[in-house]
Design a protein around this ligand. Structure first.
Ligand SMILES: [Zn+2]
Length: 97
């Protein structure tokens, strides 16, 4: 008697390359560390933690990263829970450019 929680799976969460710049609307993310909730945010991706996305039905993913200003010479100082849909949208844009 299996119960399905939505159609999305972890496979729906794209693994964006490090250095990808995500310009997020206020509704695209939540639980940001070092980011102000309810605001737009720019995050330079260090790593999409795809291994954790299953916890959220594949609809959200934790992303570690940086602000555009801080360079990448230290451990990721920003982290946000981002909608997988927002990551996919960004991926499509990156491919198109
Ligand atoms: Zn940083």
């Amino acid at each position: 008697m299996a119960t399905r929680y939505g159609r999305a799976t972890a496979a729906d969460v794209p693994s964006l390359p490090a250095g990808t710049v995500l310009a997020l609307g206020a509704d695209d993310w939540s639980y940001g560390r070092g980011l102000r909730a309810g605001s737009q945010a720019v995050l330079v991706v260090s790593r999409v933690r795809t291994e954790l996305s299953g916890c959220y039905g594949g609809e959200w993913a934790w992303v570690d990263g940086h602000t555009p200003d801080c360079g990448e010479h230290h451990e990721p100082c920003r982290q946000a829970l981002i909608r997988a849909a927002a990551l996919r949208d960004h991926q499509l844009q990156a491919v198109a450019e």
